[in-house]
Design a protein around this ligand. Structure first.
Ligand SMILES: [Zn+2]
Length: 470
């Protein structure tokens, strides 16, 4: 009998509200100046009163709509008591018995609950003999999501995390950049040989990339099985993930809910979610964007392959540009597929090479470029050439191509002098062609494209060369 791994995930996401969770400080955890966005509330001065951020609550409830979770009718904030230098109140304001959301699912993984809490300050231990604390992050709204223990392999956990990141970005509620700590994944992992019974679970923290999520889960499953096979037992504990050694390591033994002595925060009024019109489903759904699952369907129906459409929907900029393209209704089905290929290859490389933004291209200009390409006014080389010029341009691609003499020349009389020059400059190639080596014509066409800077119609050039040497 083999071991069955069981994994439950906990994910924290920093919400991108304007201000912090319980005070008016700017929500800017990565501000370059330390302790720039702080006040007596988020510094935990005695006697200060926290006020919940309505925008953060709306973000969580909107997330709930997207994953089909049940919103709470009533909710409250609790104190989670523990001492650590980055939590100077000696408690974190979190939620315990009445989270904002229950249930729902994402990427086939059922969710248990989603609640709202405050982030901690950030300790810095790399300043010689002293440790310092930066409070810019203290009090930043954190959404915590907990899944049911229904994941059984690392790949599923990785897919869930990727889909969650995409959803948070689509809803525009978190940038969810794992390397920056805006989305942090923890995995509760256990293995068991007995059907229907879970083994002792180990929590792995510090998973800062999708690769770490999958690597840590695979490592931990193997470690636990090896211990059990050697007759040893699993210690219930919190482990970290060493990204260099690719191993998990003991951090501390796991606290239980009892250790935290949760109790409702007496400083914060209880929240009637149903009694608050701003939190009602119809109001929240007014601003609901098209969700990733719907977008996949839309792009698939428009003929895009899943490789191309995943590149588009995983990038907010490309995606909103492509949606505008769809809305413009300016392209035929084949032209749209051609456009999508240019977006995911040529535009992506222009974006990668500088500080240009795709929104600087006028949609109608891009539509015109694709049309010119599809009706043969320009070739693909010219299209690639023109593309970088469309960023921030007031001139249409046709105007730019005309000014630069790049419109495809399909007029024999203007191409004839070029044909004559190439023929007289390449006597050996012409001889090969005359003696029946048809492939030689490609070299001559290449020369013609070069001389016309890609503007000539290659089909016409070929025909003219073949006619000329007869
Ligand atoms: Zn503050």
């Amino acid at each position: 009998m083999t071991y069955k791994p069981t994994i439950g995930l906990e994910v924290h996401a920093e919400l991108k509200t304007f201000s912090k969770m319980f005070c008016g400080c700017k929500n800017e955890p990565h501000a370059s100046e330390v302790n720039a966005n702080i006040c007596p509330v988020c510094m935990a001065h005695p006697g200060t009163l926290p006020v919940p951020n309505e925008e953060a609550i709306k973000m969580v409830l909107t997330f709930g709509q997207a994953v089909g979770a049940t919103p709470a009718t009533y909710s409250e904030f609790d104190r989670k008591n523990y001492f650590y230098p980055d939590i100077t109140k000696a408690y974190q304001i979190s939620q315990y018995a009445f989270p904002f959301l229950s249930g729902g699912s994402l990427e086939g993984v059922e969710l248990t609950r989603v609640h709202l809490e405050e982030d901690t300050a950030r300790s810095q231990h790399d300043k010689g003999s002293e440790s310092l604390v930066d409070f810019n992050r203290a009090g930043v709204p954190l959404m915590e999501l907990v899944t049911e223990p229904v994941v059984h392999d690392a790949a599923t956990a990785g897919r869930f995390a990727k889909e969650l990141q995409l959803l948070l970005r689509t809803l525009n509620i978190s940038d969810a950049n794992m390397e920056r700590g805006e989305m942090r994944v923890e995995a509760n992992i256990s293995v068991s040989k007995v059907e229907g019974e879970l083994g002792t679970k180990v929590e792995v923290k510090n998973l800062n990339s999708f690769k770490s999520v999958e690597g840590a889960i695979d490592y931990e499953i193997a470690r636990q099985i090896e211990l059990l096979e050697n007759g040893q037992s699993i210690q219930q504990e919190t482990r970290g993930w060493d990204e260099v050694k690719l191993k998990t390591f003991t951090q501390r033994t796991k606290e239980t809910a009892k250790d935290y002595r949760y109790f409702p925060d007496p400083d914060i009024p209880k929240i009637s979610v149903e009694g608050h019109p701003e939190f009602s489903a119809p109001i929240l759904s007014e601003k609901m964007p098209i969700l990733p699952s719907k977008k996949r369907e839309l792009y698939k129906n428009l003929g895009l392959t899943s490789d191309v459409l995943e590149v588009i929907i995983s990038n907010t900029e490309l995606d909103s540009f492509t949606l505008k393209l769809v809305e413009s209704k300016g392209l035929s089905a084949d032209e749209f597929k051609l456009a999508a290929n240019y977006i995911t290859s040529d535009i992506v490389s222009v974006l990668a090479s500088g500080d240009r933004k795709i929104e600087d291209i006028k949609v109608k200009h891009f539509v015109e470029l694709i049309k010119m390409l599809s009706n043969g006014e320009i070739g693909s080389r010219v299209a690639k050439d023109l593309l970088p010029d469309l960023f921030g341009s007031e001139d249409s691609p046709k105007e730019i191509a005309t000014t630069r003499g790049l419109l495809q020349v399909s007029d024999e009389s203007s191409l004839q002098p070029i044909i004559d020059t190439i023929i007289s400059d390449n006597p050996e190639v012409v001889e090969q062609l005359r003696s029946g080596k048809e492939a030689s014509v490609q070299f001559l066409v290449g020369q013609g494209m070069k001389l016309t800077k890609g503007a000539a119609n290659p089909g016409l050039l070929k025909k003219m060369f073949l006619d000329s040497v007869k």
